[in-house]
Design a protein around this ligand. Structure first.
Ligand code: V47
Length: 732
């Protein structure tokens, strides 16, 4: 599809968003549009409700066998600031929490070298012994996979033991980013994406609900984010059971990925919105306030989030140790105020998204209950005045999982009656009784109502008759300059209103890139005279942005940081090095070197020259597939492989600037999988002819698969050769 207008129309029709369309939206859609679309989708799922809960975290240890690049929490056993609670200490902590007003304990810690499945099971059992009324949400799939593999039992059996001890649901941590190559870089010890997904699949099959997360804003690409979301969506289609998705913003303090920096708030909001739109089968999108901070969380509610997590009570250190909210704690009142400030309705939930009602039943309501002959059962609930009625989930029967899910995102234990409904019913029955006793008055009233209805019908019929031909076909303003569009609109009695602006280097300033209402190739879109047409315009003045210092890190990290700052690559200049390949040594902008202390601002879209290393044994790289990709994506892909962008040529199907934005690559000057020196220039040829591009893309995808297999074989052969040389003692 690729064209924003078409993608938006398809979303509005309720169609599923494809991965490639999600990428286009992510890169190109104006922020306001994402907010509008995601809010609409959120409303369909949870109306004006935004959920929170009363929870605490229990972090029994920060000692972890695994050593992830992004983690600031982890310590080695024996480190001065390492802690490990014994099982008795865990139980004592749970006992302290008996007086706390909570519905959930979230247990998560490290993968402790001396803990096994029995330890983890016993921990849950002890917590549950002290807090039988509280739900235990425990252990990430990474911890679970490790402990279960170590115990040598099946995942199903391990989960069964944990569930039997009282684990009611599984948090979403440990997913990070599923892409295997990136996972290897940022969390090489953790279980694979497939293993993480398998734990959740098994849990869902058993009727255990779980959450899922994505750690974003470090060195991952947008493609990798979309791939991650796609794998979650696929699992949810196959084995539903995810209650909520939580995009986790990477925090950069005190860990080895710090040089990647942190992403912008705009990126956070885009991520929340795309998650809402893409994950059409996961009911809740959580803006975890501890990670985002209060201001961004509040904004996230206008971008599709419908959950903000809970009171926390200063019980988690994962985020504060990485530079997130210090001593995180919010009262119910504060959480509710935050939701109300965003114009939504706060709703307390339990761990299964049952609504927790704090019902104060007044006298009037009890009388009404009697009059309406409510069932004895309902009355019993109603007389539990002043009590918090917490919807507790029963035993977790497997069929429950199959019946709940996205179709019924919110369950309430008491059907919530709109305020005053009982009184209205009462009044109605009194009016009817009155009319039955006085038939003459009733007849006069009926005649009066009939006459009024006739007048209303005639009024609307006449109005539509006289304005019958008074509609205007909405023209396509996209591609016109704002001046041209205004003149054209005036002739047609329409009003142009600029609603947003973007900046695209490839387009002249003032060009309209989007409009609402849009036009359709299938039928005319008509509006009334004087109607406002909202347009998005390409700005004249480039936004000024800070040039980030991207040197002294890998090429990939540098590219991601540039992308996030709205900058691009001018050129990759490769230089030989004794030790490393694809490491950025220096960077220049406009002929001037940027250092870590330079305070340089440039226009958005400016190119940065990166001086990158190659080791003498590693001078060559492979040409990736760029056929089928947009210009931006093709460029990013080439740089990622250490190649430069050469000529960019458009075919005759591209006649204007707008078609340029929609064009995709149909030819590349070097064969997919062919070997080249790093820094080689690759020419790309673009077309707006979708049929042509799609058919060539299919061929290219096959070619890329074949090249990848060849490459792997070659690599294995080289490895074998090196191994046998090493055995013979001929070490290079
Ligand atoms: O898996 C670790 C992330 C996760 C950093 O299910 C970091 O309701 C940012 O999963 N910057 C654990 N993130 C927390 C988690 C979670 C939190 C709240 C609610 C739920 C839920 C789940 O925290 C880890 C990792 O992805 N993390 N370090 C960091 N420096």
């Amino acid at each position: 599809m690729q064209n924003i207008n078409d993608i938006v129309a398809s979303i509005r029709r309720g169609e599923r968003l494809s991965a490639s369309d999600a990428l286009v939206l992510w890169r190109e859609a104006p922020l306001w549009l994402l907010g509008e679309l995601a809010t609409q989708r959120k409303r369909e799922v949870s109306g004006r409700s935004v959920f929170y809960n009363r929870n605490v975290h229990l972090e029994p240890s920060n000692v972890c066998l695994f050593n992830c690049e992004f983690c600031s929490f982890r310590r080695r056993d024996g480190d001065p600031d390492a802690w490990t609670m014994s099982i008795d200490e865990v139980e004592a902590r749970a006992k302290e929490l008996r007086s706390a007003d909570i519905t959930e304990v979230h247990i998560v810690g490290g993968v402790h070298p001396s803990h096994n499945l029995d330890t983890y099971v016993e921990m849950v059992r002890r917590v549950k012994r002290q807090l039988p009324h509280v739900a235990v949400k425990a252990y990430t799939a990474v911890e679970i996979f490790y402990m279960i593999s170590r115990a040598g039992v099946s995942i199903a059996e391990g989960l069964r033991r944990l569930a039997e001890a009282g684990m009611e649901c599984i948090p979403g941590g440990g997913a990070e980013i599923f892409d295997a190559a990136l996972r290897k870089k940022i969390c090489p010890d953790k279980c694979s994406a497939e293993e993480w997904l398998e734990v959740h699949r098994e849990a869902h099959k058993m009727g255990l609900s779980t959450n899922c997360t994505m750690l974003y804003g470090h060195i991952e690409t947008l493609d990798e984010r979309v791939d991650h979301l796609e794998r979650l969506r696929k699992l949810q289609d196959e084995a539903p059971g995810f209650d909520a998705f939580i995009p986790l913003k990477y925090h950069s303090r005190n860990n080895r990925l710090s040089a990647a920096g942190e992403c912008s708030v705009e990126d956070d909001l885009r991520t929340i919105a795309i998650s809402r739109l893409f994950l059409d089968n996961i009911p809740h999108i959580k803006a975890y306030w501890v990670s985002y901070g209060k201001a961004t969380t509040e904004m996230a509610l206008a971008f599709g989030a419908d959950d903000i997590d809970g009171t926390i009570g200063d019980t988690t250190k994962i985020y504060s140790m990485a530079g997130g909210t210090e001593r995180p704690s919010m009262s119910v009142e504060e959480l509710e105020n935050m939701v109300r400030a965003a114009g939504m309705e706060p709703v307390e939930r339990d761990s299964h998204y049952n609504v927790v009602t704090k019902k104060v039943v007044d006298k009037v309501e009890r009388v009404e209950n009697k009059m309406e002959h409510k069932s004895i059962e309902t009355k019993k609930i109603a007389t539990m005045a002043e009590e918090r009625v917490v919807a507790r989930s029963k035993a977790r029967e497997p069929e429950r999982a199959a019946t709940k899910r996205a179709t019924a995102p919110v369950r309430t234990t008491q059907s919530r009656k709109p305020a005053g409904e009982g009184r209205t019913k009462n009044a109605k029955s009194t009016v009817w009784a009155f009319l039955r006793r006085r038939p003459i008055i009733a007849n006069i009233l009926y005649i009066g109502i009939f006459c009024m209805a006739l007048v209303v019908v005639l009024f609307f019929a006449l109005k539509s008759g006289t304005r019958h031909n008074n509609t205007i076909v909405v023209p396509n303003f996209v591609g016109m300059t704002i001046g041209e569009a205004r003149a054209d609109a005036e002739r047609r009695d329409l009003n142009i209103v600029v609603r947003d602006s973007i900046f695209d280097v490839d387009l002249p300033g003032g060009t309209i890139v989007d409009q609402l209402p849009g036009t359709s190739e299938v039928r005319d879109v008509t509006v009334k005279p004087g109607r406002k047409i909202y347009v998005t315009v390409n700005a004249f003045n480039r936004r000024q942005v800070d040039v980030p210092y991207v040197a002294k890190q890998t090429l990939r990290q540098a590219l991601n940081q540039l992308e996030r700052s709205g900058l691009t690559v001018d050129k990759l200049v490769y230089e030989p090095d004794m030790t490393s390949t694809d490491y950025v040594e220096r960077q220049m902008v406009g002929g001037k070197e940027i250092t870590s202390t330079s305070n340089r601002k440039v226009s958005v879209g400016t190119g940065v020259t990166l001086y990158v290393t190659y080791h003498r044994d590693n001078q060559q790289t492979f040409a990736p597939r760029v056929v089928g990709m947009s210009l931006a994506k093709a460029k990013a892909n080439l740089w990622d492989y250490g190649l430069n962008v050469g000529k960019v040529v458009y075919d005759e199907s591209v006649s204007d600037v707008i078609e340029r934005r929609q064009a995709r690559v149909y030819k590349q000057s070097v064969a997919i999988g062919s070997v080249h020196d790093r820094g080689t220039k690759v020419d790309i040829y673009l077309s707006a002819n979708d049929n042509l591009v799609d058919s060539l893309r299919l061929v290219a995808e096959k070619e890329a698969e074949r090249a990848e297999t060849e490459r792997r074989k070659l690599q294995q052969a080289k490895q074998r050769e090196a191994d046998s040389l090493a055995k013979l003692g001929v070490i290079n």
